[in-house]
Design a protein around this ligand. Sequence first.
Ligand code: TA6
Length: 307
Amino acid sequence: MVYTISLNTAIDEIIIAESNIQDIHNIIKDKQVSLGGKAIKTNVLLSKKKIDNLFLGIVGGENGKIYEEVLKQKGIKSKLIKSTTYKTRKTTIIVDDTKGGSTMFVENSQPISEEDKENFFKNIKKIKEKSIVLIAGSLPEGFSIIDYSETIKILKKKLCYIVCDASGEALNVAIKNEVSFIKPNEEEFINLFNIKEITEDYVHDKLKNIPNYALTLGSEGSIYKYQNIRGRIKILETYAIENKIKSTTGCGDMFVAGYILGVVLKQNPIITGTKYSMAKALSYYSDNYEEKIIKKIENYLEDECYI
Ligand code: TA6
């Protein structure tokens, strides 16, 4: 069973603007809705692949009701904490259909209550030993970095395979607790270590105590370590030339989903993570991907691995 934990859910509204976004007047070509928050993309992918998974999330307010409804429509198994204080956020993602870029506006969270937190830890303590557990996304008010660290410690005692998609102090806590896999992006890594640029040696040195990691570099691929093999995945420029990049919002989340799928299927998870991240870029949705491209994607990858 794969568990995912989302302490900060969101409904993503994707607005597709017809042409180069202007300052004054733009035409909306289309609008779509996706499940937001970073963790849920793993449940979306694993549910499509008929792999047993459970979404442990906090929802609340009107958007929380919509979230529950969409989970049901997508057939995603969940155990939800229905808060009376926290409210599931609205995220607005504006996609420029000409340039393929996307800009995201995320609402601030509302606090979770002490009761929500007690219910959360009751759920965490029920997680089966040696499970794969993903903790992903920002933390709402009311859930401290100490609570985050406590969650990881409980899962470590259960000998779980812990995957963290985090930023800032939460990313620092995941590194200090030597979780099983982390996936910082370039900005998150640069901000955490307060550096100006990234070198492969620096990344491997700073993350040397983490068993597996991928530092994702957008269209430049990633710097990774998996089972003591270090390397650099590069995405060929022909990918964006031969395929229409629709929106990169959610690509990092889908990398994590593909990584976990790879671990479950005993395939190279760095490659599967990269594949699903790239396929997500061909979809406007933040929680979906273009399935047809998956079998061809390895033609667009170079893997320079070194020990
Ligand atoms: O990375 C994209 C995304 O997960 C969107 O789906 C949107 O919901 C937002 O980021 C949520 O991020 P957060 O870190 O707050 O969970």
